[in-house]
Design a protein around this ligand. Sequence first.
Ligand SMILES: *Cc1c(COP(=O)(O)O)cnc(C)c1O
Length: 396
Amino acid sequence: MTHGHNHLFVPGPTNVPDRVRRAMNVPMEDHRAPDFPALTLPLFADLKKVFRTGSGRVFLYPSSGTGAWEAAISNTLKPGDRVLMSRFGQFSHLWVDMAERLGLEVICLDVEWGAGVPVDQYALHLSADPDIRAVFVTHNETATGVTSDVAAVRRVMDAAGSDALLCVDGVSSIGSLEFDQEGWGVDLAVAGSQKGFMLPAGLSMLGVSRKALDVAAAAGSGMPRCYFDFADMIKANDAGYFPYTPPVQLLHGLRASLDLLLEEGLPQVVARHHRLAEGVRRGVDALGLSLCAVAPQWHSDTVSAIRVPEGVDGAEVCRIGYERYNVSFGAGLSKVAGLVFRIGHLGDLNEVSCLGALAAAEMALADAGAKVDFGAGVAAAQQHYRETAAVPAVAA
Ligand SMILES: *Cc1c(COP(=O)(O)O)cnc(C)c1O
């Protein structure tokens, strides 16, 4: 029997704010009712604000983020199409795997786990090979806590005169980190409900540029597809409906989540994530630990993957955190299994949540055999939060 609630520091699913949870507590409704579009049409309009796309549109699929990956590929690319991808963590790996299984000819650049998209290598491939049909970027690699520079990828595409589609996985960035679909020329932008949107899993979002909509609409374009077909979605969505039964509760939750994000203001949301993340990073540093991200340019403001000391098992840190302290940390995945544990700091969190994560991490690390200077991580984060508080402390 435990008291209080489990403290969720996995980087998705994230904490669902009370306002969002209450908004979802509604009786089932008729999704073909005449007033249903009054709910859905403003959702589509407000999602465009979060993705920052004026001329494109955002689709909502009843799926996890992985479904929107598949929607992006199957509507715009054909088996045999050559695409440029890079792999530096479990999520970029899985997107490569999907692209290969759907028959794309993938040029996959393998990068050290802890770094991100190799923009210079992308530039070389793009200028040498005009047949590259799409360029893929995992904006925030959730497995390693690495954020890549999407705008820089757009610049090298333009410099090479490439007309490829730019496809971005923003599942753990959109709604939390700076993201500008139109400004960065992103053609397909994937998001999921259970990360920055602070909802349960079950809705994916796909931002699609005008250009990608035109590609998908061209005769013979893309792959055989049905469930994810843009054309079916457009026909139904334009009237405020879906081609199949939408998860109505999640749509009500999304209404509340978009209200929260837009009321706070997107620049403020981005700044809050940066500030909370910086406190965690200072705590990690003060504990003498290092991040999986190999240089500050890659630091993610939504998740920190923390290397455990030599001889300590990261999986043990997670297990002990869960069993003894009722805290869920993210485990190390695949190549970094056992080598890291992760603190997700995205969505509905505040200073005290992050201090709690650090305090629990200190205990779990010590229990797992690490030498810990108790309180050092917490103190460094406290100092950062006090120094950067919106309402500064009055000097004594
Ligand atoms: C969580 C995540 C995914 C997978 O999303 P699902 O909703 O689990 O399908 C893909 N990419 C990134 C970067 C993620 O963080």
